[in-house]
Design a protein around this ligand. Structure first.
Ligand code: PHE
Length: 390
């Protein structure tokens, strides 16, 4: 022992007066606490009193900084009371050294355990306080849910409309026999659509269907008239892709076969369709056009939704040509016509017995006209900024 060094026996008086204010309860931190005090009592009343106050002080620490400070006071590596007392032991006579050494080390361990338990308690309290700051009046975070693609919406709307007119849905394969896509639909052998430049062939006789009309042939081969069917699906064409062409897109065909179906029935059906999709004020016209599977064939146009059929629009910088209909006042909606007698013959129907009409439309085209979408590629790009608008 150096001359200026006083021995450091552990006694309650070493700790500050306000050290265990409050209602500390070390038993809350260590169930064996009372037994520990009792055990140290046997090594000395002073030591037991010191341990009891030290433990109270740890249990009374109000927050983590205070707990750190108290831990340093008791067990700090330089000047902690227990540390200093242990450091004095080599100078204590051997018999007493053994007894005190064991007791000090127990006190050190139990104080360490009490400190750790109080630290956990204070941390839990702090977390609970944090949770208490949750503002339950804030609006919740709604989980992200998707919605139907704009094309699916239009398809459902169309199928719903035609359902109301008595049509059922018929689906047929995307990989189709050449005979169903072309031959039985009265395409002449040299028709340009049959060329490998325009159609994706998967073998000599199989191809990706270029329209949904092969479904008529399949339906008519399976069933007897009368028939009232719609044919939704994806179709493929070997197109150079640009703002208004893609090499895959969607169609909905319609077919009505019975006795005495007339062009007037077709016209009425198409007008109902156009008004439902584009609004009651829309005007329509039919102009003749060639498709091998109908005779006569027609194209249905609707008055332009952008300029109300005027062909011109007025804006801040004066009057200009309508950009949507390119000044014509009309938008092309779909192809239609009376089913060609050769198509009936190909499926075993008697063209003297039945007549029918058919129509076919591109879903992308209908959506573009309806919503003023300028660019067909947007439908497949999966850009949420586009899709979330519909
Ligand atoms: N199938 C034709 C096409 O793909 C559309 C159409 C259907 C035309 C029915 C007339 C009658 O272009």
């Amino acid at each position: 022992m150096t001359a200026d060094r006083q021995p450091h026996p552990l006694a309650a008086g070493l700790l500050p007066a306000n050290w265990d204010e409050g209602t500390p309860d070390p038993g809350r931190l260590a169930p064996e606490h009372a037994a520990h005090v009792g055990e140290l009592q046997r090594a000395g009343a002073d030591l037991a009193a010191f341990f009891a106050r030290a433990a109270n002080g740890l249990a009374a620490a109000a927050d983590l900084p205070e707990l750190d400070e108290r831990h340093t006071t008791l067990l700090g590596r330089e000047r902690g009371h227990v540390t200093l007392a242990l450091g004095d032991l080599p100078h204590v006579p051997l018999e007493e050294r053994k007894r005190l050494g064991r007791a000090y080390n127990l006190a050190k361990r139990w104080l360490g355990e009490l400190e750790a338990a109080q630290r956990r308690a204070l941390e839990q309290e702090r977390e609970a306080r944090g949770a208490g700051m949750l503002d339950v009046t804030l609006p919740g975070r709604r989980p992200w849910v998707g919605h139907r693609h704009v094309l699916a919406q239009i398809r459902e709307e169309l199928l719903d409309l035609f359902h109301g007119l008595g049509y059922s849905v018929y689906t047929s394969p995307e990989v189709e026999h050449e005979a169903y896509n072309f031959g039985k639909l009265n395409f002449p052998p040299d028709h340009p659509a049959r060329d490998a430049h325009d159609t994706y062939f998967v073998s000599d006789t199989r191809l990706l269907r270029t329209h949904t009309s092969p479904g008529w042939v399949r339906a008519m081969e399976e069933r007897r008239p009368p028939l009232r069917l719609v044919f939704p699906g994806r179709v493929y064409r070997a197109e150079q892709v640009d703002a208004s062409h893609m090499d895959q897109f969607h169609q909905v065909d319609g077919l009505f076969v019975a006795r005495d179906v007339s062009m007037a029935d077709l016209k009425g059906t198409l007008n109902t369709f156009a008004r439902s999709i584009l609004g009651a004020g829309v005007r329509t016209r039919m102009i003749p056009i060639y498709f091998p599977f109908v005779e006569p064939g027609a194209q249905l146009d609707a008055s332009c939704v952008n300029c109300a059929g005027e062909g011109r629009t007025r804006g801040p910088d004066g009057e200009r040509r309508c950009a949507v209909c390119k000044g014509s006042g009309w938008l092309e909606l779909l192809g239609a016509g009376m089913v060609h007698p050769n198509v009936f013959r190909a499926v075993g129907y008697d063209p003297e017995e039945v007549t029918g009409f058919a129509f076919g439309m591109g879903l992308e085209r209908i959506a573009m006209v309806r919503h003023g979408i300028p660019e067909i590629r947007l439908f497949l790009e999966n850009d949420m900024r586009f899709l979330s608008q519909f």
